[in-house]
Design a protein. Structure first.
Length: 467
């Protein structure tokens, strides 16, 4: 059978969108098929056909030309703080470690309101789409009193843009007076947090296949919430059947904090509060021990690998290969713009590849490994394996068309996937979500971007004004 021939799908229905003549379609499906000269058809928001140049293509309402391009599944962002692009590259916070950085920025973030949440989500999701992201999470854990419904404002921005969105209801309940880091103005009590978590799930969480919006619950970190809130949130997530997210094992300072406060290492603490399950994914996961890696893998706890942020804050090189080998799903995250500053999933995939080589040797991490983490890995982290993160019939119609031509790719003839990350930088030519382009010819499709950028500058200027 010719290469790609097993991809043939007999489909006489007219497709809504057909992507044709790709240099290579990297399906990242269960068999990791790569189809030279391939095509992908999308109907009613789902992939209805994948084939090679030898396979007949269906008629389509619309066709996108992918000549001299790599086609991949849409990339999945498993960790972000969208509101932080309002304080991007904020000078007073640029040289400290994680704790110093947080202390410097919390007072600014206390100025968040619904307008700020909407515009930061809009601009941040547009930036992600330019980098090939089709599904993004968000971890909004700062909820100043009187700020309004920040999560619903983010959901509205994602819907306006047409992005698949998994916001998390973040929370903080320990302020400085309780031994935590944030000021009193941005923390809430446990009962208020739990009640609002339930409300948001009821308002926005869509359990149906192909859902565009799902909610998860996300106490910020061991040093910003109470032990009781961690345990009660796990119980609530079980009752509501939603996922759980938090930061863990990000820095060695966190290890010291947990030992001093709880007499336990972070992973032991996680087990104590009922979070060692496949419902959970953790941001960063830089410092687990070998035994803890095995425990996390056995429990199928997911990890959001944030390589740029880990370097900027000096957090360390995460044990990505070890976590994957242990059975833990690993996806990629751009992290908040105030720590990573560039919200590009392409850049995180490249950096993950380079860090993997740095940590374990030149052969330890390939471009295909990084692509897999950015797609299938992220899907598994979010509990959507087989639904997003791969190009197969019945999966969501989310894909990216990447240009592989011009000066940056001259001479890169032998392997389009390796060229995609080794050469560049490259932005998406087309980013498609549920069969609808959100980026076309390198430009966001939604007409409101210029207006929102002006709003963003006004809001950001006010947030960064002297206290």
């Amino acid at each position: 059978m010719a290469r790609g021939q097993d991809a043939r799908v007999e489909n006489t229905a007219r497709a809504d969108l057909l992507v044709v003549d790709a240099e290579l379609v990297a399906t990242v499906d269960d068999t990791r098929r790569e189809i030279a000269g391939g095509w992908v058809a999308i109907t009613d928001g789902l992939i209805s056909g994948v084939g090679s140049a030898a396979d007949p293509t269906p008629d389509a309402v619309r066709t996108l030309d992918a000549r001299s391009c790599l086609v991949t599944p849409g990339l999945v962002n498993t960790h972000h703080h969208l509101y932080q692009n309002l304080t991007r590259a904020f000078a007073p916070a640029l040289t400290g470690g994680l704790f110093e950085w947080l202390v410097a920025l919390y007072p600014l973030w206390a100025r968040l309101d619904e307008e700020a949440a909407y515009v930061s989500a809009y601009v941040g999701l547009a930036e992600l789409a330019l980098s090939g992201c089709t599904t993004s999470t968000d971890h909004l854990y700062v909820h100043p009193r009187g700020a309004g419904d920040l999560i619903s404002a983010e959901v509205a921005a994602a819907r306006d843009l047409g992005m698949r969105f998994h916001p998390t209801r973040g929370s903080m309940s320990l302020s400085r007076k309780d031994g935590g880091l944030p000021p009193d103005s941005v923390v809430q009590d446990d009962e208020e947090i739990l009640a609002d978590s339930k409300r948001l799930v009821e308002a926005h969480h869509d359990r149906s296949p192909g859902a565009m919006t799902r909610i998860a619950l996300a106490p910020c970190s061991p040093f910003s919430v109470s032990t009781s809130l961690m345990a009660q949130t796990a119980e609530l997530a079980e009752a509501l059947d939603v996922r759980l997210h938090t930061h863990l094992c990000e820095t060695q300072d966190e290890d010291a904090f947990c030992m001093e406060r709880f007499g336990r290492r972070p992973v032991d603490y996680l087990a104590d509060v009922g979070w060692m399950s496949d419902r959970v994914w953790l941001a960063h996961t830089v410092w687990p021990s070998a035994d803890e890696i095995a425990r996390l893998g056995a429990a199928r706890v997911g990890a959001a690998h944030c390589p740029s942020s880990n370097m900027i804050l000096g957090s360390g090189l995460a044990p990505v290969a070890e976590l994957r080998a242990a059975g833990a799903p690993v996806g990629l995250g751009v992290d908040g713009s105030a720590s990573a500053d560039s919200a590009s999933l392409w850049l995180e995939a490249r950096t993950a590849m380079l860090q993997g080589k740095l940590r374990n040797g030149a052969g330890a991490m390939s471009a295909r490994d990084a692509l897999e983490m950015a797609t299938r890995g992220g899907a598994a982290v979010l509990g959507r394996a087989g639904e997003i993160g791969q190009l197969s019939v019945g999966a969501c119609g989310d894909l990216v068309v990447w240009p592989l031509s011009g000066v940056r790719f001259a001479g890169a003839l032998s392997d389009p996937v390796e060229a995609w990350l080794r050469c560049g930088p490259v932005d998406a030519r087309h980013t498609v979500v549920a069969g609808r382009p959100v980026v076309e010819d390198g430009v966001p499709v939604h007409a409101g971007l210029d207006e929102q950028l002006a709003v963003h500058r006004r809001v950001s200027t006010a947030m960064q004004a002297a206290l």
